[in-house]
Design a protein around this ligand. Structure first.
Ligand code: NIG
Ligand code: FE
Length: 414
C-alpha cells in the first residue's frame, strides 16, 4: 500500500464517457491548473485542483510527496498498433524505396514481410526477446506506457507461437501494459504462394484454435491488401476469429482501396488500421458501425504516401486513435510524439484530438480503457511530464519528444 501525492501539476486529460470519443467530443479535454494526483498502489484515488485533493487528507498516510513545479502532465501514450516484435532491421529496403521501388513490389519479390519471416526463423527466442525489448524500452522512453504488439512474421504455427510467447514475456518483464494480437494473416507464406485460400483455412482450423487455447492473443488482425489477402478472405478469417472470441481488427486500404473500410463496418470490427486510401463511403460506414480508425501517419511519412484523412474522419464522426506501426519495413518508428506532430501538422487534427487519439481512444482500441487512457479516479497513474506549457508542445517542438519524465502506475520509469 504505497500512497503518493503529486502536487503542483498542470493536468490535461481526456474524460472517459464509456466509449471511444468521436466528432466534436474528440476535441475536448479537461485542463486542471494547479492540480494534484493522489495515488494508492499505482491507481488514481483522487485527482483535481490541489485544494480539493488535499481537503481532509491525512498527510500521515502519504508515503511520498512530489512537487511537480507546475509542469504540464498528460496521460501516458497508448500505442494502438505496432509490429515491434521483429528480429532484424530492413534498412536496405528503405534504400530501395528511396530509389523508387514500391513497398508492395519488394514484398512481391520475396522481401518485405517475407524477409522478416526468415529473420524470425534464424533468431533464437532469447534473441527475439532482446530486439523486441529494445524497441519497447525505446518507446517507453518516448512516453509510450502501453502498447499493442502483433505477431505476423512467423506465418506458421511454430514461429507465430514463438513470437506470441516473446510478446507475453515482454508483458511480464517490462513496466508497460501489452496487448497481444495474432496476425498470422500478415502475408501469404512462400509455401502457400497462389494458395492463399488454403492458408486462410489453416489459420482458421489450426493456428487460431492453438493461439486461443494457449491464451496468447486477444485480437486477430489481417492485412487486406492487393496481392496479400482479399476482402473475401479477410471476411472469412475475421468472422471465424470473432466466433472464437477474439477481438477483431483489420489493416484496411493501406496502399489500395479494396473496400477494407466497408468490410470493417460490415463486420463491426473493433478497429480498422491505416486507411490511407479508404473511400469516403467506407469511412462514413465505419463511423456508423462504431469501428475506431487507427491512423498511422508515420507510415505515410515513411512510404511517402498521402496522409490518411484524419480531419475528415473526425468531422465524419469516426473515432480516431493513433499508433506508430513500429516495424522494420514500412515504418521504423517507435515515437508517439513524432506521430502526434504528424497528426496535427499533416492530418490537420487539433492538439486536443491528437491527445485523445493517442491516449483514451487508443485504450479503447486495445480494450483497456477501464484502466488506461485518461487521468481519472480508478485508472492507473500512467502519466508524462512535458516541458512546454500545454500538450501543444508535442507538435510545436519538432524533433523533440518534449518529455521530461515518464510514470507508470505512479512509479518513475523513464
Ligand atoms: O502495417 N501492412 C502490413 N504490415 C505492416 C508492415 C510490416 C512490414 O513491412 O514489415 C504495416 O505497414
Ligand atoms: Fe501495421
Amino acid at each position: 500500500m504505497t500512497v503518493k501525492l503529486f502536487r503542483n501539476a498542470h493536468i490535461f486529460t481526456p474524460i472517459d464517457k464509456g466509449r471511444a470519443l468521436k466528432g466534436a467530443e474528440q476535441g475536448k479535454i479537461a485542463e486542471i491548473n494547479n492540480g494534484a494526483i493522489l495515488t494508492n498502489c499505482g491507481m488514481i484515488e483522487k485527482i483535481g485542483p490541489e485544494a480539493d485533493v488535499l481537503k481532509g487528507l491525512d498527510f500521515k498516510s502519504v508515503h511520498e510527496e512530489r512537487d511537480l513545479g507546475g509542469v504540464c502532465v498528460v496521460p501516458g501514450f497508448v500505442d494502438a498498433h505496432t509490429h515491434m516484435c521483429f528480429a532484424k532491421r530492413r534498412e536496405d529496403e528503405f534504400g530501395m524505396r528511396l530509389a523508387g521501388i514500391p513497398y508492395l513490389e519488394i514484398l512481391k519479390r520475396g522481401g518485405g514481410i517475407l524477409s522478416s519471416v526468415n529473420a524470425i526463423k534464424e533468431a533464437s527466442e532469447e534473441e527475439l526477446f532482446e530486439t523486441t525489448w529494445e524497441n519497447v524500452m525505446a518507446a517507453l522512453g518516448k512516453g509510450t506506457t502501453s502498447v499493442e504488439i502483433k505477431s505476423g512474421y512467423g506465418l506458421d504455427m511454430e514461429l507465430e507461437l514463438k513470437m506470441l510467447r516473446v510478446i507475453a514475456r515482454i508483458a511480464r518483464e517490462t513496466p508497460l501494459d501489452v496487448c497481444p494480437t495474432f496476425m498470422g494473416a500478415h502475408a501469404v507464406p512462400v509455401e502457400y504462394k497462389g494458395r492463399a485460400d488454403e492458408y486462410i483455412d489453416l489459420l482458421i482450423n489450426q493456428m487460431l484454435p492453438a493461439v486461443k487455447e494457449q491464451g496468447l492473443a486477444e485480437f486477430c488482425d489481417v492485412f487486406c491488401e492487393e496481392g496479400v489477402f482479399t476482402v473475401e478472405q479477410s471476411r472469412k478469417l475475421l468472422k471465424a476469429a470473432k466466433a472464437m472470441g477474439f477481438g477483431t481488427r483489420i489493416h484496411a486500404d493501406e496502399v489500395y482501396d479494396l473496400g477494407g473500410a466497408a468490410l470493417a463496418a460490415e463486420l463491426q470490427v473493433n478497429s480498422a488500421e491505416h486507411l490511407l486510401a479508404a473511400s469516403e463511403d467506407g469511412l462514413k460506414a465505419m463511423g456508423k458501425a462504431g469501428s475506431i480508425a487507427v491512423l498511422i501517419p508515420a507510415t505515410a511519412y515513411s512510404l511517402k504516401k498521402p496522409y490518411a484523412r484524419g480531419r475528415d474522419m473526425v468531422d465524419w464522426d469516426v473515432p480516431v486513435a493513433l499508433g506508430t506501426d513500429c516495424n522494420p519495413g514500412s515504418c521504423f518508428c517507435e515515437s508517439m510524439p513524432f506521430v502526434f506532430g504528424l497528426a496535427v501538422m499533416n492530418m490537420n487534427m487539433t492538439v486536443e484530438e491528437a491527445l485523445v487519439g493517442s491516449t483514451l481512444n487508443a485504450a479503447y482500441v486495445i480494450n483497456r480503457a477501464k484502466k488506461l487512457g485518461s487521468l481519472e479516479v480508478g485508472k492507473q497513474a500512467d502519466f508524462l511530464l512535458l516541458d512546454g506549457e500545454a500538450p501543444t508542445t508535442l507538435a510545436y517542438h519538432a524533433g523533440s519528444t518534449s518529455i521530461i519524465e515518464v510514470y507508470k502506475r505512479a512509479e518513475y520509469v523513464a
